[in-house]
Design a binder for this molecule. Structure first.
Ligand SMILES: *Cc1c(COP(=O)(O)O)cnc(C)c1O
Length: 463
């Protein structure tokens, strides 16, 4: 069997797929039973030719792929794969490099060093911060909070890497109601427990209340505390007041972590970067590559202002390792050991787009989100719950009989079935809402116009 036949075949299927995106309904059409029926069966005892497997796979997933990589997916914060990044991702798989250590792939290690520096410059973060290439923002939280745990406990005479958490001074995590649920899982994985979380009230604009934060920090000055701030929340794209919040935290020795899964990318744009004023004063930052940078999954980045704490939390010697003088062993900065070469797609995207190209994607997405919310919001019986601060907004559909929640869910379901575009539902401030999220480099004015027409059509047809 030659490599060439199956790889050419896969490339040709991939191109057919990408070229078909514009004609396809965005949502899925195959139900779970159909997919199980097509894809399942007894464990194969003997193999098949690779080309046959790939052809069958392409055939059998039909209807079971959500076409979020196309330009009219506005459901969750999901980017599309930029062509340069996608091409580099194909090569990453072909090169099959282990990104655990320098000796396994000097090229990947150097690309990560280069991208680490570029990313800090793009995101407005301190040049001497350490970094890691993780699977996504959740693992960026885990990595950053492990470093925070190290420093806060070390400062209290407790070596958490050696002794674990049992008997350690209990940590507090202070954040607002806007925190993403991935933070809770990071807390659970690190052994803090979700009970460690204390929700600080926020104002009507969603930003954490500084008086409340100060009072909470001062209420238990002895306890180690981590403050988690939001750079762009999922529903409105709210940014916390970083400068003053960091000053309060610093005064009490707390660690500040910023969840900037997508919002941190506004640093690339002169129009939006003021939203991040003061964020560079935090201790750690988490963001995604597979959202606004439009890298293929899985790709997240973590940055930590205290490289010593970062390294102390992760470095692990191994009998077989082959250190290379003056180089960076990636696994000493990452939760994973063996992993894929995540640097290559990031490198390709940053080189292909440049800072201006990335800022262009951010600004276009924000403009599209503003237009979608304004024009759909101006239709009869549509209420704007939240105009986007950046690329996220909320709408709600009003029902003559007053059952707005049910009606909103019904309109979302009808839009998904209609297929031109895809939006999801959420509960916000106690009511059901439709979230508008624009994160894809591919979305054009034409996509937005087609989407608004589709919403008009669905609303005028009624249930
Ligand atoms: C998507 C998201 C996360 C989780 O990121 P993953 O890449 O899915 O791990 C965390 N915070 C915010 C604000 C997000 O939008």
């Amino acid at each position: 069997m030659s490599d060439s036949e199956v790889l050419q075949r896969a490339a040709s299927h991939a191109l057919d797929y990408l070229q078909s995106l514009d004609r396809r309904p965005v949502g899925t059409t195959a139900d779970p039973a159909t997919l199980r029926d097509r894809l399942g069966g007894p464990l194969p005892e003997t193999g098949l030719p690779a080309v046959e497997v790939i052809d069958a796979l392409v055939r059998d997933v039909e209807g079971g792929l959500l076409h979020s990589t196309g330009g009219r997916f506005f459901g969750w914060v999901i980017g599309g794969a930029h062509p340069a990044a996608l091409a580099a991702d194909w090569l990453t798989a072909a090169w099959d490099q282990n990104a655990a250590a320098f000796a396994c792939s000097p090229a990947e290690a150097v690309v990560e060093e280069v991208c680490g520096a570029w990313l800090k410059a793009l995101l407005g973060l301190p040049a001497d911060a350490s970094f890691g290439f993780v699977t996504g923002c959740q693992m960026a939280h885990v990595t950053a909070l492990a470093a925070a745990r190290h420093r806060l406990l070390r400062d209290r005479g407790w070596d958490v890497e050696r002794r674990g958490l049992a008997g350690a001074p209990p940590l507090r995590i202070l954040t607002s109601a806007l925190r993403h649920e991935s933070l809770l899982r990071a807390l659970r994985l690190l052994g803090f427990g979700s009970d460690a979380l204390e929700i600080i009230p926020s104002g009507a604009d969603g930003r954490i209340e500084l008086d409340e934060l100060e009072a909470a920090l001062k209420a238990e000055p002895e306890r180690p505390a981590i403050v988690v701030l939001q750079a762009g929340d999922l529903n409105r794209g709210v940014f916390d007041p970083f400068g003053p919040a960091c000053a309060l935290a610093r005064a009490t020795g707390a660690w500040v972590h910023v969840d900037g899964a997508f919002g941190l990318w506004t640093a690339t744009s002169p129009r939006f970067r003021h939203l991040l004023d003061g964020a560079e004063q935090a201790d750690s930052w988490a963001t995604d590559g597979h959202k606004w940078l439009n890298l293929p999954f899985d790709s997240g980045f973590v940055f930590i202002s205290d490289p010593e704490a970062h390294r102390a939390a992760f470095a692990q010697a191994a009998s077989y390792s082959q250190p290379v003088e003056g180089t960076r062993q990636q696994k000493d900065w990452n939760p994973e050991w063996s992993r894929r070469g995540r640097g290559f797609p990031a490198y390709a995207a940053i080189r292909a787009l440049g800072r201006k190209g990335i800022a262009g994607i951010v600004e276009r997405c924000c403009d599209h989100a503003a237009r979608l919310v304004a024009e759909i919001g101006a239709l009869p019986r549509v209420e704007v719950l939240a105009r986007p601060v950046i690329n996220q907004g909320l709408l709600r559909f009003l029902d003559g009989a007053g059952n707005h929640d049910r009606h909103t869910d019904a309109v979302i379901a009808r839009l998904q079935a209609e297929g031109t575009a895809w939006f999801g539902g959420t509960t916000w401030d106690g009511v059901r809402a439709m979230r508008v999220s624009v994160c894809n480099w591919r979305t054009t004015d034409e996509d937005v116009a087609r989407t608004i027409d589709a919403v008009k059509r669905v609303l005028s047809e009624g249930p």
